[in-house]
Write a protein that binds this ligand. Sequence first.
Ligand code: SAH
Length: 354
Amino acid sequence: MTDLTDRIREVIRSNGPMPVSLYMLMCQHDPKHGYYAVRPGLGRDFATAPEISQMFGEMLGLWVAHEWRAMGAPSPFWLVELGPGRGVMMADMLRACATAQDVLTAARVVLVEASASLAKEQASRLSGRNVAHVADLASAPEGPAIVVANEFLDCFAIRQFVKDGSDWRERTIGLDDDNGLIFGLGVGVERLPDDAYAKGSEIEIAAGLDTVTQTLAQRFSAHPGRALFIDYGPKDFAPGDTLRAFRDGRQVGPLEQPGECDLTADVDFGRLLRLAEKARLTVHGPREQGGFLKELGLTERARALIRSNPGRLKEITAAETKLLSDAEMGSRFKAICLSSPGLPTPAGFFGTSP
Ligand code: SAH
């Protein structure tokens, strides 16, 4: 058992069972023993789209160039990435913009990263570029901006609620008789969603979605801006019990190894859409990743890459399938774009497929 498990036990002993959100925050962000401090496990605990293929970041780079022009080509503008991982996607994006030098000249790259070791890796991968790190989106400098984020929203801590009779009760983490961590249900809470939920229904609420939409709404009302999020989650219903933990590419129990696994939950795209519209942002999507990337030209890019690298045919085709097909990431992942009012429809959101 880790020191972090002891810390969590102490907190539970003195304060009582803790909400899932606090458990997630301690596991992820504890400055000494949290996952982002000790084991940001990209490429080891999980593999993301930019890590699967350069084509993903390249398509997003072209997307940025297109949207920058649609915004009236403001110069300079902030190119912000939330949760850039190893910096691979930003490197691929900037390389893809090499044929559009005016975008590169205007772009000021700002990275928002919680993990000191990943921030270091991002800086070295992007050395030669003028890249600034900030602690959160609200600290990114003022001005026109294009924000991109892949697999960032799923890291937000969630609270889970379970319908018990006419009450909603919050799922908690407490201690069993052997001092082990165990899920339980806390006292009833009032005023959660409508009565349409049957007994036993579960919902998850990530407060981070409220914060991110409010920050974007504030920014994008003062200066033109556009934010693209790609992540996993359903688009037609709210996620129920989706807290998951990954270690070394395998799914493990979320209470098994606090701080040593990647903890995630599905993104509630419906709620994100409602929050954004309420904050007067224009919303496009959510749309399935497969349709979005096809519309941006990923299939053609794969063909071109194969033509110039015939020896890599198998690898490139496999990556294309992984990113696009419904059986893999194509439909499970969604893209959603939040913008200042009055901007044209963004690339990738014209299509009629889901
Ligand atoms: N976008 C990358 C990495 C995804 S993993 C990719 O697609 O490969 C999630 C990333 O978000 C990591 O870089 C993690 O350290 C960062 N992160 C998670 N929560 C964060 C927070 N609250 N603030 C800033 N960065 C965060």
